[in-house]
Design a protein around this ligand. Structure first.
Ligand code: AMP
Length: 191
């Protein structure tokens, strides 16, 4: 089993590349953002709680996303490998993920960091907002807030894994999606 985190700021391309890695290497891909949007769509109690927070560009509580990931890992414990996308986003989530993986006698083997500059992130998210209709992708001040939350709360997670020597960076702008994916795949294979 080889487990990776696809890591980067909002708009860095995590979901795009995770979807291709999943297909090519028969992995289980879990995006906490996608799971939360599904809860909102189905109008669940959890979805109602999450909706306001997401629309402000803030993070939902650690306990909510940790619960979702715990269930997903338990349900797929015999798979080839996991790709975590949009999780962990705080140090508390990262520490909890180590514990969750230990319960299935495994661990995180590598972190693929998609390196993209802020101006490019904002451009991509606004473009995605037009295509997808995602409310949190359409308002520039909410997007700015998401990038600040990333810088403040989420970028320390990269340091957490750097200390374990398992972070690999990919230059993830200025080329086609296909070209960038090729770099991601080379890095994935090296983990
Ligand atoms: P994403 O699709 O990954 O950009 O996530 C969309 C939104 O869902 C984020 O801006 C957060 O409000 C929320 N979210 C997703 N994943 C997490 C997480 N791991 N921790 C806290 N909030 C999250």
């Amino acid at each position: 089993m080889k487990n990776i985190i696809i890591f980067g700021a909002p708009g860095s391309g995590k979901g795009t590349h995770a979807a291709v890695l999943k297909e090519n290497f028969n992995l289980k891909h879990v995006s906490t953002g996608d799971l939360l949007r599904a809860e909102i769509k189905h109008g669940t109690e959890l979805g109602l709680k999450a909706k306001d927070i997401i629309s402000q560009g803030k993070l939902v509580s650690d306990s909510i996303v940790i619960g979702m990931i715990t269930n997903f890992v338990k349900e797929n414990k015999d798979c080839n490998g996991f790709i975590f996308d949009g999780f962990p986003r705080t140090i508390a989530q990262a520490e909890e993920l180590d514990k969750i993986m230990a319960t299935i006698n495994s661990k995180i083997h590598g972190v693929i960091f998609l390196d993209v500059e802020k101006a490019e992130l904002i451009k991509r998210i606004l473009f995605r907002g037009k295509e997808s209709g995602r409310a949190d992708d359409q308002d520039e001040s909410i997007i700015e807030n998401r990038v600040s939350v990333y810088n403040k709360d989420t970028s320390p997670v990269k340091e957490y894994y750097s200390k374990k020597n398992i972070v690999k960076s990919v230059h993830a702008q200025g080329s086609s999606i296909e070209e960038i994916y090729k770099r991601v795949e080379v890095v994935y294979k090296s983990i």
